[in-house]
Design a protein around this ligand. Structure first.
Ligand code: FES
Length: 109
C-alpha cells in the first residue's frame, strides 16, 4: 500500500499523556503520546460520530466521550462495548522535532 508521511504537528505540541486531533488528507486522526511514544489512530469512534480527542487518555487507553467505549491507541483495539469495531491505526515517525503520520492511498509526489 502506498503511504505518504505527512507532518501532523511539532513533537513539542504533544507532550506525554496528551492527545490531539489532526486533519490530514481529509482524515481525522487522533495522535496520542503514551510515555514518550506517539501513536496514531482514527479520531472518530467506531460506534457513532464522537471525536475521541475530546475523550480521556489514560495510559494507552482512550475513552470515548459519548458512551464510554475504550480503545487501545497502540493497537486500535476496541475493548468495551458499545463500540465493536477496532480503530484504524497509522504508522508514526518522529523526525527533526516533527511528528509525521503515514496516510494510505496518497501517491508520493
Ligand atoms: S460514540 Fe463512542 S461509544 Fe458511542
Amino acid at each position: 500500500m502506498t503511504r505518504e508521511f505527512l507532518e501532523a504537528c511539532r513533537a513539542a505540541e504533544l507532550p506525554p499523556g496528551r492527545m490531539r486531533r489532526v486533519d490530514l488528507k481529509g482524515r481525522r486522526i487522533l495522535l496520542a503520546n503514551v510515555e514518550g511514544s506517539v501513536f496514531a489512530v482514527d479520531d472518530t469512534c467506531t460506534h457513532e460520530e464522537a471525536s475521541l480527542s475530546t475523550g480521556v487518555l489514560k495510559g494507552e487507553l482512550v475513552k470515548c466521550p459519548l458512551h464510554n467505549s475504550r480503545f487501545n491507541v497502540r493497537t486500535g483495539e476496541a475493548l468495551e462495548e458499545p463500540a465493536e469495531e477496532n480503530l484504524r491505526t497509522y504508522p508514526v515517525r518522529v523526525e527533526g522535532g516533527r511528528i509525521l503520520v503515514g496516510v494510505p492511498g496518497a501517491e508520493a509526489a
